[in-house]
Write a protein that binds this ligand. Structure first.
Ligand SMILES: [Zn+2]
Ligand SMILES: [Zn+2]
Length: 338
């Protein structure tokens, strides 16, 4: 039995270590590209092996601006990466009426007097609750089984940062992608000149292979980041999280029907903060507590219209149900009229 327990403990430790592999790979990639770009490319542009009068001034100028730009962007990227890893995505607070009373689990669990007005409910009309955290779920909150936590405005669990992306670290995650795009573009475009230089016969083969490896890695990651960032920009403009996008995909609902949409500007502010001048700096953060997500006026208008038509509107999940209800009510309307 002891051997069994030891084996179980060993497996558990290995599982924990394996979860750290992706984040370690990200940190290692940042370090490899940093040393490749700075030591093999930027330092070459400074021509420190030549006397000052023999140095090429144009090359020197390129060395200065590329080194400064690279270090500024890499500092911001490293800061956002650390904040993504160490910032809690936000969870349901204790002692604010969200606790599930033991006798209520599995019971009706309907709206409490004076409780928060929730939009997302079960199909039966009950408040959503988490059976692991024993708490009611605010709108847009989902339980992450990896973090073992209910995450406010959960976007997705990201193994590359060993954390969930949620209400409190979403801007860090978004900016991490933006800075990665800038850094990788800078490396891919400007280092090509040094890669070409390294094909000369007087340059060591190790330097040439290292530069070729760095250039290929940067270009490969750039393509991935462009695709991933484009998807997240699109999600942001549609006021959707990745979880909500997947729910809509499963239900084949319209991607334009998010009940939380506040228009383009409002949707960007909901992730990058209310100050447009600070959108691309890790400084200004979205307003609110992540617990309450009142539906937009437009959505409320549609809801009341449907109710007037006698439809039973139930926002049982964050997303597609409104569109589904609209469709079903249209179908009912059609069948009535025919
Ligand atoms: Zn939970
Ligand atoms: Zn998670």
């Amino acid at each position: 039995m002891d051997a069994g327990l030891e084996a179980f403990g060993e497996t558990s430790r290995l599982e924990q270590l394996s979860k750290l592999l992706p984040v370690s790979a990200v940190i290692a990639t940042v370090c490899i590209l940093y040393f490749g770009y700075f030591y093999l490319h930027c330092l070459r542009l400074f021509q420190s092996d030549l006397a000052p009068e023999k140095q090429n001034s144009e090359m020197l100028a390129r060395g200065y601006w590329q080194t400064v730009t690279f270090h500024v962007v890499t500092t911001l990227l490293s800061y956002c990466l650390l904040r993504c890893i160490f910032t809690s995505p936000g969870t349901v607070p204790d002692g604010q009426g969200w606790e599930l009373k033991p006798d209520e689990e599995g019971a009706e669990g309907n709206e409490h007097e004076g409780g928060p007005q929730l939009v997302e409910k079960k199909h039966t009309g009950e408040r959503r609750h988490c059976k692991w955290c024993l708490k009611y779920k605010p709108d847009r909150t989902h339980h992450c089984r990896v973090c073992n936590l209910c995450v406010l405005k959960m976007d997705h669990h990201c193994p590359w940062i060993y954390n969930c992306v949620g209400f409190r670290n979403h801007k860090f995650f978004f900016l991490l992608l933006v800075y990665a795009l800038l850094d990788l573009s800078l490396v891919s475009i400007t280092m090509f000149d040094t890669v070409w230089w390294s094909t000369r016969v007087d340059v060591s083969i190790v330097t040439m292979i290292s530069l070729l490896f760095g250039e290929t890695l940067a270009m490969f990651l750039l393509v991935l980041i462009i695709a991933f960032l484009s998807f997240h920009v699109w999600l942001m403009t549609k006021a959707m999280t990745t979880v909500e996008f997947c729910e809509k995909s499963l239900k084949k609902a319209s991607y334009n029907s998010s009940i939380y949409s506040r228009g383009f500007y409002g949707n960007v502010c909901a992730i990058l903060g209310p100050q447009p001048l600070l959108w691309f700096l890790p400084l200004s953060f979205p307003e609110g507590d992540g617990l309450t997500w009142p539906p937009s006026k437009e959505s409320q208008g549609r809801q009341s219209l449907l109710q007037q038509r006698g439809s039973r509107v139930s926002f049982s999940s964050a997303t597609g149900d409104e569109a589904q209800t609209s469709r079903s009510s249209r179908k009912k309307g059609t069948s009535r009229s025919t």
